[in-house]
Design a protein around this ligand. Sequence first.
Ligand SMILES: Nc1ncnc2c1ncn2[C@@H]1O[C@H](COP(=O)(O)OP(=O)(O)OP(=O)(O)O)[C@@H](O)[C@H]1O
Length: 405
Amino acid sequence: MAGLKLTGIAKAYGDVNVLHDIDLDIASGEFVVFVGPSGCGKSTLLRMIAGLEQITGGELQIGGRVMNDIPPSQRGIAMVFQSYALYPHMTVRDNMAFALKIAGQSKEQITAATDRAGKMLQLTPYLDRLPKALSGGQRQRVAIGRAIVRDPQVYLFDEPLSNLDAALRVATRIEIAQLKASMPDRTMIYVTHDQTEAMTLADRIVVLAGGTIAQVGAPLELYERPMTEFVAQFIGSPAMNLLPGRVRTVGATTIVALDGGLEAHVAIPTRAGDEDMPVTLGVRPEDMRITEGTPVFESTVDLTEALGEVTLLYFGTNADTAPITAKLPGIHPDLKGRRVRLTADPHALHLFHKGLSLLYRDGTPPPYQPRMAAPSGSMGGTPAAPDHDRDRIDEGVIKPAGPVR
Ligand SMILES: Nc1ncnc2c1ncn2[C@@H]1O[C@H](COP(=O)(O)OP(=O)(O)OP(=O)(O)O)[C@@H](O)[C@H]1O
């Protein structure tokens, strides 16, 4: 059992502060996903936890032990990289066995561990093959197998699926979810750019922005109660629409006068003194409908994209600002060029003032209840070669993994 505690963690390369003020408690057995725009420091944070990057400020504890200066091989972690980082001249079994051999485990222990990992990952028929005779998805499963055999307390995944094609990504994502379910007391930390991976795998998502934590929460909590405009637009695809306006009438339901003349009724309270306050109305594309009622948006459809189960409508594609998007269930071939009025449920709307959600202005709102109704390229730096990183984690005396169940 090992949770993690990050206190005031910071990272600087010379004068450049990449990460600062990272405070985060990760419970033993939790699955935590780091997301954020390219260059925000997700991989750097993960690599600091692994011990592959020096921590320049703050304290990292794993399993109650300060780990700042402990080498990677002694942190009780295993890491799965984006590129599979397999030894090309070794069979699948030998690749998975490598760290155990270095640790001096017996042949029987190693065979039991690799058999078990092979079974868990459906690699049994391939144990004697070389990596070159495997598909990308199978290679990534071997890389995961290399982690499993060591039976670490903490698994670290650095965008493990991003080299796979769409179908394999889905299949391997489901395997990772099943793997986690089979190891409920193992802690997993996972970096991804993929919204679906983050939403489906995470117990909690950590959104990083500008080198620090923007918000931490359960996936649906971040989706339904984003604290800032940034998180609101980052979680969900297409991104939440933001419409400027001013508070017209305060109360349990706030009436917002939108720029352009429309009015929105929002089930977020405002109070005396808020009248005329500049606000931004947030409305998710999937919450917009063409139905009778008070519209929050009215315009001519510039473009439609039929995706089968839904149709995306785009408005204002030639404007300087981001286009407004609506996502309607079903197929609507006839809407392009038509003027439409879009409504939204008052409970689905968001309200921000100076970038911060009004839900949070008096501190954290009451406990979250899911709303049941509706719902590249690296910026730079030269990441160390995965082979080298793999070796740094494998090297040295890895404590024998103990009885392999
Ligand atoms: N060795 C280095 N020297 C200087 N700056 C670095 C170094 N390594 C990384 N950086 C910078 O640190 C920042 C965070 O990089 P990191 O790779 O952690 O971001 P990321 O969120 O994982 O990005 P991506 O999503 O593109 O992989 C970037 O701005 C990057 O340029």
